[in-house]
Write a protein that binds this ligand. Structure first.
Ligand code: NDP
Length: 217
């Protein structure tokens, strides 16, 4: 967020005022950062904490890779100014809102369920029992696809790239890389869940056949 803001200040120095595209990129990513802090407790039920633990991937990823990667769009906008019409900007805001609601809805639903399955917000959802005593959600967001949170995250990634126009691949590096990362992450999680839940996981996969993109993958 700080690097993005620095890019916004640089653009203002160069051209007198920040562009609409720059404001959108800053606002979208700031929302993502603030959301992570606001819903900090939901991080406790993510793969990073439950399975992976703190090691090279998180240390290098969070300190070096993420700040570099997430600021590519604002960096691009400093050197490649974009004219964004109001209707297009409105469409991109709606797309980001859609991605954010899927992302936040899915992550909060799973977190609420894992912490207290009797919570009224999730108590009415259908579940599959597993041999471990834990249950798997098969309705709500987790009955839509097996990783609705990844779907929402990818929709947001697209909304963060679109303000940069279509003249260069650089601003799209993030969504390309992120699609590969999440597909790989999904395969790792699938493997873990199959090991953990066995037949119950196979039943979940049968009832919720798509991994990330409905009717596609
Ligand atoms: P998830 O939050 O998707 O957690 C996966 C775990 O959820 C599974 O191992 C399983 O664990 C549980 N689970 C899976 N299916 C169900 C179900 N049907 N019902 C109940 N529990 C289920 O994993 P991630 O840590 O990969 O993702 C967290 C968020 O972080 C996502 O929104 C992702 O997009 C985001 N992310 C962002 C990155 C970035 O660079 N911006 C990088 C990576 C992730 P168990 O049963 O043990 O609870």
């Amino acid at each position: 967020a700080l690097i993005n803001m620095a890019m916004l200040v640089k653009e203002t120095e160069l051209r007198g005022s920040p562009s609409l595209a720059m404001i959108l990129v800053n606002a979208f990513q700031l929302l993502y950062v603030v959301d992570a802090f606001w819903h900090e407790e939901a991080i406790l039920t993510t793969m990073d904490i439950v399975h992976d633990g703190f090691g090279f991937m998180l240390a290098y990823g969070d300190l070096a890779w993420v700040p570099f990667l997430y600021s590519l769009q604002s960096y691009f906008l400093v050197t490649h100014p974009q004219k964004l019409s109001l209707p297009l900007a409105g469409g991109i805001v709606l797309l980001n809102g859609l991605g954010y609601s899927i992302f936040r809805g899915a992550n909060s639903q799973k977190n609420t369920f894992r912490r207290n399955p009797a919570d009224p917000r999730v108590a009415g959802l259908r579940t599959i029992p597993t041999a471990t005593g834990r249950r798997l959600l098969v309705s709500g967001w987790w009955g839509f696809v097996r990783h609705p949170n990844y779907l929402g995250d990818l929709i947001m990634a697209l909304a963060w790239s679109l303000p940069c126009g279509f003249t260069h691949i650089l601003p799209y590096f993030y969504i390309i890389y992120f699609t590969l990362l999440l597909a790989h992450r999904e395969a790792r999680d699938e493997h873990q869940c199959l090991r953990k839940y066995g037949l119950a996981w196979q039943e979940y996969c049968r009832r919720v056949p798509y991994r990330i993109f409905p009717y596609l993958y």
